[in-house]
Design a protein around this ligand. Structure first.
Ligand code: NAD
Ligand code: TYD
Length: 339
């Protein structure tokens, strides 16, 4: 079995590569990644030399390069993680989100049709469902919840999802889609909330919390997400959407305080900054379909996962300091200087 993993040098894609190597050691893995600011080849350094792993630097929206790769490799399965993934960046510059997330998906699916791929899996997000009110804890996103987006990021992911469903209906491309809640864990790029807080708290820097910090996210340990995708590509029904989440809702303030406690750092580092435009209030996934149909359930609780994640960032300072010392600093200035 040969599997093409796009975006495999990013946070979730790299964890998925590690998951597949551990759980399907006989598979061949081809990783396609453009190595944008979010891609880090260093993450993959321990596996790149394996005989069953190949890395190709290319843009998923580059039709010629993608078709050439499919013609050479003939993958059986494609799992598309490649995306622009940060909501704040999508507010600053939406265009690249449309190009990568929508047109890139189209190119990958066209190549999948041309070369008879047996399964095209689109890694989507719960953000396509918009948000839920804070005062209705009884409400959850199911696969039937209407698409209703808030940010250019979520709109671009929703556009891609609709295109994936259209390619299934019109061209009978064997597709599946997964919509997961917020992930956390090792190799999370340090501009996202959890690694940002860990890295800045370690340096005794102020911790920017948007608005009141009452927004709720439903956190899932990244390896549980990877295990769910593994189940879907092997046992999921073609044409179906699967929601992935573990009922781990926390306000942003709760998350920040949990990390501070573990690092033994003071809450006085918390700084309330101007809220994100269009900031979604609450995400909460109902994962019943994954559990009933595919027997998946998360194995890592939030308390265990966050402790492991903080330990990982402590033990792997080199990984994130390399990022923080580079481009990331300019980005940070640009994003936060006027707050
Ligand atoms: P990430 O930003 O860490 O990684 C994205 C990867 O895609 C990077 O390696 C980057 O170099 C690569 N990439 C970007 N543009 C590319 C292009 N044009 N061609 C080829 N490669 C390109 O993102 P992530 O957090 O790992 O998210 C992966 C996927 O999972 C995304 O599709 C995202 O929408 C989805 N998702 C993320 C979360 C989350 O909490 N992070 C939750 C649900 C779904
Ligand atoms: P983020 O990690 O960007 O994920 P998403 O917006 O896709 O859910 O943000 C998680 C939450 O944390 C979100 O409600 C915004 C908030 N947040 C802050 O309060 N401060 C920050 O510096 C960042 C990056 C996010």
């Amino acid at each position: 079995m040969k599997i093409l993993v796009t975006g495999g040098a990013g946070f979730i894609g790299s964890n998925f590569v590690f998951h597949m190597l551990e759980n399907h050691p006989d598979y061949e893995i081809v990783i396609l990644d453009l190595l944008t600011y979010a891609g880090n080849l260093e993450t993959l350094k321990d596996v790149l030399d394996r005989p069953n792993v190949k890395f190709v630097k290319a843009d998923i929206a580059d039709r010629e390069a993608v078709f050439a790769l499919f013609g050479e490799e003939h993958p059986d399965i494609v799992v598309n993680f490649a995306a622009e993934s940060h909501v704040d960046r999508s507010i600053k510059d939406p265009g690249i989100f449309l190009r990568t997330n929508i047109l890139g998906t189209q190119v990958l699916m066209d190549a999948s049709r041309e070369y008879g791929v047996k399964r095209y899996h689109q890694v989507s997000t719960d953000e396509v469902y918009g948000d839920l009110p804070l005062d209705r804890p009884d409400l959850f996103f199911t696969e039937e919840t209407p698409i209703h987006t808030s940010s250019p990021y979520s709109a671009s992911k929703a556009g891609a999802d609709l295109l994936v469903q259209a390619y299934h209906r019109t061209f009978h491309l064997p597709v599946t889609i997964s919509r997961c809640s917020n992930n956390y864990g090792p190799y999370h790029f340090p501009e996202k909330l959890i690694p940002l807080i860990i890295s800045r708290a370690l340096a005794d820097e102020s911790l920017p919390v948007y608005g009141t910090g009452e927004n709720v996210r439903d956190w899932l340990y990244v390896r549980d997400h990877c295990a769910a995708i593994d189940r879907i590509i092997h046992g999921g029904r073609v044409g179906e959407v699967y929601n992935i989440g573990g009922h781990n809702e926390r306000t942003n303030l709760q998350v920040v305080k949990t990390i501070l406690k573990q690092l033994n750092k003071p809450e006085s580092l918390i700084t309330y900054v101007k809220d994100r435009a269009g900031h979604d209030l609450r995400y909460a996934i109902d994962p019943t379909k994954m559990m009933n149909e595919l027997g998946w359930e998360p194995t890592t609780t939030f308390d265990e996962g966050i402790a492991q994640t903080v330990d990982w960032y402590l033990a792997n300072e080199g990984w994130w300091k390399n990022i923080v010392s580079g481009d990331y600093q300019n980005y940070y200035q640009k994003m936060y200087a006027d707050r």
